[in-house]
Design a protein around this ligand. Sequence first.
Ligand SMILES: [Fe+2]
Length: 180
Amino acid sequence: MATNVDIQAEGLAPFADLSGLEATLREMALRPSDEFGMTELEHGAQCAAALALARPEDLELRIAGLVYDIRQGPFHEEIGADAVRGVLDERVAALVGLHVDAKRYLVATDRGYRGLLSDVSLSTLRAQGEDMSEAEIVRSKADPHASDALVLRRADDAAKVICKSIACLDVGLPVLREVA
Ligand SMILES: [Fe+2]
């Protein structure tokens, strides 16, 4: 169990304010994503742009698409949800927290979905508990945010187009500030 000191030391603490979240997005603009040949921020911005097309009115979903991988490593969905909860709406935090379950749900319910996953995503799937059980699927369907989490997950899977030009923070920051 991580202590508060560990969490602070590892940069996993919840954001105190919007400027902390923005600073992390700027760091993501410099970090290569492990699997797509693009930066972490480019991937998030592509995901947000896909959600802007799919649901133009839903700014919270769009911002969830930008920030859902704001934390890395084991349990990053829960740590990420906790990180943004104090700055963004509870619904955005819930969607961040559900993005791994959405993958496990889709692997269990969509025959072709596993084949879409990269090697990295398949290896993290093992650590994340593989596909959902029947009981987990029933529980997931009762979650009011679950269907939006699936929309987010599909946008995440589509947001891996190398060389697609997105002016990352120009797209994300105005909406982020509106939603926060
Ligand atoms: Fe993730």
